[in-house]
Design a protein around this ligand. Structure first.
Ligand code: C5P
Length: 409
């Protein structure tokens, strides 16, 4: 479906590919979209304000805090006006500024103040692109939620060949179309998700309990990533020090049984992501009063199994979500064990996380995961921030849901 009536803010960066912004503007305008532009100081070396404003049929904002521009439209309203912000071309230097959260001119200030998605379109020499510093910046920016298109492989303006060539205006236009179509579909389908997170506590008496090291971070990040995509998200979490973002309905529980009851209340949903480290068992008896040391049976605690929540969802006849995603924390035979859990609990996807290393997994900002689907296909994600992994999971969820939706293509 063609896009129209969208408001696109293009920040024209300083690179030889800046001239291609004119073609993109033309494509967007031809399809009846509104375009505003900010011309950075170095962008102005490559294209003129006159050529840009002739195509946009509106004033080009220059990359300084000039009084006239700020009176006409300030940096906050400019970022609120846009449905999408595009930085084209995105230079290596500009990416560094975004990583640092700089607000030194109109372009960087609009971006920092933005509550909209921002699409970066990198273009640079191949060596600059593959430099560790740039690649590290890309990781950080993806983690912050910036969208990327390209760069492509090809011959560059400098004569060298490799990855670093900017995506073509056609490719960018088609990316923008897909982006808005996805948003429309999510909105029209009124998609709902539930995410479980954190540990549960299974009490022996009012003060002693069985639990685990889960911090809830991965689940909180997934709830945030789904909500950012426009999916109505409920987070059901065990005890955690984290607080969830505005817009995410959050239910706090303590025990596995309470989590199960809240999950039931939440149904029906389209997506269930069970990232919680639910205690597999609980003491059969919970004493109403603190057990006296003299009365403790040091030899044994009688335990019983907790209800398996993800299995309840996966095998639910009445309200099975279209997508049920489980987690499997493993210290050995990661993929094999995770896949058999997927089968046993009838999940569509399972996120296997390697908890054998101390620098990632439970109670860490980082994770190492393999995402396995029900045909056994595996996507491995090396050690990354949990927010980065959450964005990937959210995108996979969306692709899986929309794959058969013909209106998307
Ligand atoms: O079998 P195991 O506990 O390793 O499985 C982990 C997966 O099962 C996670 O997705 C976890 O949230 C879910 N689970 C559950 N209810 C339980 C135990 C685990 O939903 N009682």
């Amino acid at each position: 479906m063609k896009i129209k009536d969208k408001k696109i803010l293009i920040i024209i960066g300083g690179g030889i590919a800046a001239y291609k912004s004119l073609d993109l503007i033309r494509l967007l305008k031809k399809n009846n979209n509104e375009v505003k532009t900010i011309l950075t100081k170095s962008g102005k070396e490559f294209v003129t304000p006159l050529s840009v404003s002739t195509l946009t049929r509106s004033k080009t904002f220059e990359n300084i805090f000039d009084k006239d521009s700020e009176v006409e439209i300030d940096h906050i309203s400019l970022s609120r006006w846009a449905d999408l912000i595009i930085v084209l071309p995105t230079t290596a230097n500009f990416m560094t500024k975004l990583c640092l959260g700089k607000a030194e001119d109109l372009a960087t200030t609009v971006i920092l103040a933005s509550n909209k998605d921002i699409l970066l379109v990198p273009a640079m020499n191949v060596r600059m692109w593959i430099h560790k510093a740039t690649q590290q910046n890309v990781k950080i920016l993806k983690d912050y939620g910036y969208l990327f298109i390209g760069p492509e492989k090809g011959e560059m303006a400098c004569g060298e060949y490799g990855e670093g060539k900017m995506s073509s205006p056609r490719q960018i236009f088609s990316f923008i179309e897909k982006y808005f179509n996805k948003k429309n579909i999510i909105k029209s389908k009124n998609l709902k998700a539930l995410v479980t997170a954190g540990p549960t506590r299974e009490y022996l008496d009012p003060v002693r309990y069985i639990s685990n090291e889960s911090s809830g971070k991965q689940g909180f990040e997934i709830a945030e990533a789904l909500s950012r995509l426009g999916i109505k998200t409920t987070l059901i979490t065990g005890p955690s020090n984290l607080s969830s973002k505005k817009g995410i309905k959050t239910k706090k529980i303590i025990t596995a049984n309470e989590m199960y009851e809240e999950v039931k209340k939440c149904l029906p949903v389209d997506i269930a992501v069970c990232a919680a480290a639910v205690a597999d068992f609980k003491p059969i008896k919970k004493s109403k009063i603190k057990i006296k040391k003299s009365k403790i049976n040091f030899k044994s605690i009688e335990l019983e199994k907790n209800r398996d929540i993800v299995e309840f969802l996966g095998k639910n006849n009445k309200h099975r979500p279209s997508l049920v995603i489980g987690f499997a924390a493993e210290t050995e035979n990661l993929n094999k064990n995770a896949f058999s859990k997927l089968r046993q609990k009838n999940c569509d996807l399972i996120v296997a996380n390697d908890v054998s290393k101390k620098d990632s997994g439970l109670n860490s900002d980082y994770n190492r995961v393999s995402i396995i689907d029900n045909s056994g296909k595996i996507k491995v994600i090396k050690k990354s921030r949990k927010s980065f992994i959450a964005n990937i999971i959210a995108e996979i969820v969306l692709d899986k849901l929309l794959i058969n939706d013909r209106s998307f293509n």
